[in-house]
Structures are given as C-alpha cells and as structure tokens.
Write a protein that binds this ligand. Sequence first.
Ligand SMILES: [Zn+2]
Length: 687
Amino acid sequence: MNAESKVTPVHLKRAAYLYIRQSTLRQVLENTESTQRQYALRRRAVALGWPEDRIVVIDHDQGQSGGSAIQREGFQRLVADVGLGKAGLVMGLEVSRLARNCADWHRLLEICALTHTLILDEDGLYDPAHYNDRLLLGLKGTMSEAELHILKARLVGGVLSKAQRAELRMPLPVGLVYDADERVVLDPDQQVQQSLRVFFATFERTGSAWATVQAFRREGLKFPKRGPAGTGEIAWQELSHSIALNTLHNPRYAGAFCFGRTRTWKDVEGKCHHQQVPRDQWRFLKRQAHPGYISWDQFLGNEQRLLQNQQAHGGGERKAGPPREGPALLQGLVLCGKCGSTMTICYHRRGGRLTPDYVCQKRYIERAEDICQRIPGGGLDEAVGQLLVQSVTPLALEAALKVQSEIQARLAQADHLRQQQLQRAQYEADRARLRYMRVDPNNRLVADTLEAQWNEKLRMLTQVREDCEKQRRLDSAQLSQEQRARILSLASEFPRLWQDPKTQDRDRKRMARLLLEDVTLRREEQEISAQLRFKGGATHQLRVPFPKSAWALRKTKPEIVAEIDQLLTDHTETEIAQILNDRGWHSSTGSTFSFHIVGRLRRTYQLKSRRQRLRERGWLTVHEVAHLLECSWTRINYWRNAGLLVSLRLGEKNDCLYQLPSATVLAEIRRRQRRQCWKTDNISTCI
Ligand SMILES: [Zn+2]
C-alpha cells in the first residue's frame, strides 16, 4: 500500500497537524537545521493534498523535553484535537519528537487508531489502524525511549565518573572560586575571606547560628553573596539565619568535595522536589580536596552543635540547647525527678533581680495536665555553683590525675595480656597451616576439613589483632607533662573566672556544661533534692533548703511584734513607732517605723487595739459618759478641759476614751451643772 492510497477524502476534510519541538532552548537557538526540517514537512502535507490553510502548526513546546506530556501544552492540545476527530494527519520529524515516553506515545497511537488519524514522519506515512504500521510505530516509540535512556545514562555516567575523581565542576559557594587551572581556591578577595573567617569564628564562640546572625547585625557586618550570574561580582547582604545554616552545613568550606547531597525528583504533576540526603548516604565525599576555611573536624563539630540546638528546640530526644543570656545556670541540663522529662525555665523578678524557676510542664503543654513540679532555682543555682568551684580544687585535680596514672599502669598490664593472646592465636594459626600442608591433597575429605580449620584460625587471628590494635589506640591517650600542668592551673583559674562579676551568665553556663552531664531535680517536703551527674560519670547529691517565700522573707521578727503588743496598752501607734525608731529598730523591709506600719502589723498579727484594751479596763466612750452625766455629749469636752474628766487619745484623730469618773467627781459635776442651769434660767427670765 503506498502512501497516497492511505490518504482518503475523509482525512483530507480534517486538518493536518504539524508538531514541532526541540528539547532545550539551546537546541532551539543552535540546532536550527532540525527546526527547518520540521517545517519542511509542511510541503509533504501539501503534496498529499492538504490545502495550506488547513495545516495547523503546533510549536508551543519549544524547549520542552519529550520525557513527559506534563507541562507540554502543545502535545496535550494535539492529543485533545486528535481525540475530538479534528485531525486527519499528525506530522513529526521523527516520531520520537512526539513523545519520548512510551505511555504517552501508545496513548496517542491508540487515539489515532480510533479516530482514523494518519501519522507522518520523514520516513513515511503510517495508519495506526493497520497492524503493520502500528507495530512499526510502536517499535519506533520504544526505540525513541531507549535512546533517551541511553543518552541519559551516558551523560550521568560521565558526570559520576568525574565526580568520583572530585573533578566535576560544580557551582561553588561564595568564598571559593576556580582558578585558571580549574582548581578550587579561596576567593582572592581579602574582604570575602575575612568575612567568612569572622563568620566561622563567631559561630565557634556563640555556638548557635542564630546568635551568629545577631552578632553580625549588632556589629553591622555584611555577608558576601554572588552577584548576577556570569559577572563574577560579589554583592553584600545582611546575614540571615538560612544563609548562616547553609554556610555551616556546606562541606566545601571544610575543603571537601562532595556529590549527592540532595536528591531531586519530579512528582506526577511535573513539579521538582529537592531533598537533603544524610551525610552517610552521599554518593562521593573526598576530604582535603581543596583549601577550605575550617577543618573537617570543625565541620563535624559544627554539624553536631547544630543538631543539638535543633533537638533542643524541636523536641525529640532531650539535649541542651545553646547557652542563652538568662541567669538560670542549669538551663538545658535539668531533668524532672518525678517523670524524667526535660524541665524548662520561667523567670520572674524578685528584689529587682531575675530569678529562675525550673518547671516540668511538658505534660501540661502537650496534654493540658497539671504542671508536674515547679522548683525555685535561685538558691539551687548558687549551691551548684559552689559545688563546681569546690570540685575544681588543686586537691581534687591531683587526686584525679593520680587515679589516671594508676589506670594507665593497669592498662599496660592488660596490654601485655592481650599480646600474649595474640601470640597464642598466631601459634594456633601456624599449626593449622602446617597440618593442612602435611595432608595428602588427594585425601579431599580430610584436606577440606583442615582447610576450613585453618581459615577459622586465621579469622580468629585477624579478629584478635584488630581488637588488640583498637584497644591500644584507645589506651594510648596518655597525658603529657604540659597537659598535666594545664589541668592543674585550672584549679586556680576556674574559681577566679567563676566568681568574676564580669563573667557573663552564658559563659558560666558553658563552664557548667563542661563539667555537668545533667541534673535531676525533685521537690521534697522541706527541701530540693538535686542529683548531679558529672561528665566523667561521677554523681553527687545536693540538698538545698526551700527558699523562703516573699511573704516569709518579709516577716517581722517576733520580738518586735511582742514589743508592739506590750506598748499598745499605754501608747498610741504613732508613739509606738517613735519608741521603736528611738531604739534603732527597723521593719522587715529595712525602713523606719511609722504609725501605718505599726497599724498594719497590729492587724496582721491580730493584736488587740488600744481601744479594746482600754474598754476592757472599763474606760467609757464619749456617749457613755454623756449618758452617765445626763448631758449632751458636746459638753463632755468642757468637763475634760475643766480637769474633771480623764481621757486618753486613741490615735491620730481626736477619738478619746474616758475614765469612769469617781463618785466625788460625779457629785462635783452634777453640782456645777445645777448652778449653770440656775444661771441660764435667770438670764432667760431677765430677757
Ligand atoms: Zn515531671
């Protein structure tokens, strides 16, 4: 069947679709010949009978790979139009241009067969409804996919082999550049170098990426970044947390070449995803591949520190975060003695100073249960500080060094024993070898058994030798004379530094962390029990009395209260304040007494007031006296001023109590009252 006979008027009534695609934009720009050939197919369509105006060119997918139909609008439109029966002919330079993916290709073939659409490429015209043509097209699609695969494999193979030799040219982080010989060197720009050195030194000092960013901000330092691609220029920017983290996590700053730090894949929607790969799964890692800013050990240390900081923030296993500004000495080290969770810190102000409380509130936060326990930290921190200072004394260090030398001596003995073990294993292996050599090789049964025994002995020998070497390496960490001297000098340095008021809380916390592994706290009846675990494994139990509450601290001494109680009988509160001040006494807050303070103390300790005391002794109020004298209460003042009534002031106001007048005084007042009445009667009659 020739090409023309496949084309029927039904086909010609529908449009012819010319599909043009180049995989990459570079191909679009450089490989113009191929594009020309693709457009030349138009003429073929015209020759087959399609009028010019019914040839649809689809070239939306220039620069898109044929690996998938996703993100290829043109291909999707083509499939849609074929499905709707609009197409009579689909043209492509090679069918591989249509789809490099077999699934997409076969779907297109299927639809073409259903809608009686022809397919045309440079080699010929095909009708997918015909078995032979369909077979050929299927094969072409498979070949096309295989071609893509081989291409990819070659490219990736080349990249991998270069990466293995650490010669693959990869984008370098700022601060590193390729020189003329394609070797990685430090950026010759001294300012860039200096910034990176300051960056790593700051992290070393502060121990946290965030603190490094803060330090840069505080000091107004900028961090370098690459300018627009290709210009080789350096721009300066504010250091951000993410930049700091990226810089710290980048092994190239430690002079290492690595490949496979991230994994990239596309999802069903064609979206690209990147994932960080753990260090032990990197494809290639070559240390000391080029100069760097830090050593590999420093890099590992930084990673470890970042991990600890992250764990401290993001839950997971307990680990102390970086030491922070607040004064809580045991920040990040405290464990709850009741439930084992990490305890957090709350600060509150007390007497103008920040005082920490250690709180176990994990369950409170997660499950809204009650707070497990809350332990005041002020006194505890002080006690732990004292203990640390006491632990680092010349005597303690001397003892520790002595123990260390004794252990070393014992290690030598153990090493001798291990050497003997090694000799023995060697001897047994030699004997097994001899036995094997002596046997008649034709006697396979015996020879095989002896060979197996020899192998076993050799394996044991290797094992013993390895163990021996490993242990020896571990034991060989002897202290040099200089190291011993430095340790001993610590004894005087440490307490001085600890007590120096200029030492910051954060540094004090760091020192505590060098010595302490963790501290388990438990609140008991009258005291706080703290179990300290030192780095070396030693433990120490501390018992700290519960700090007095604010109320208890302000409590007035009992003798003062007793004195006030006694004085109240004969004195007003103002007089009492004066008497106490004259004696040089002070209130619990250290101030002088006033009638306010005395009054408050009287009420707090429920002492009887002066009024109560006088009333109990039979003293009368002004109304009672008035009743007794059968006169208006306003007259009482008159009789008092006349010296007939005895009164006592109760407080600051003119509030008084009156002594019960004696019978004579009473008679005298009555007499005067009568006389005064008579006088006033006379005056009124005169008028
Ligand atoms: Zn707890």
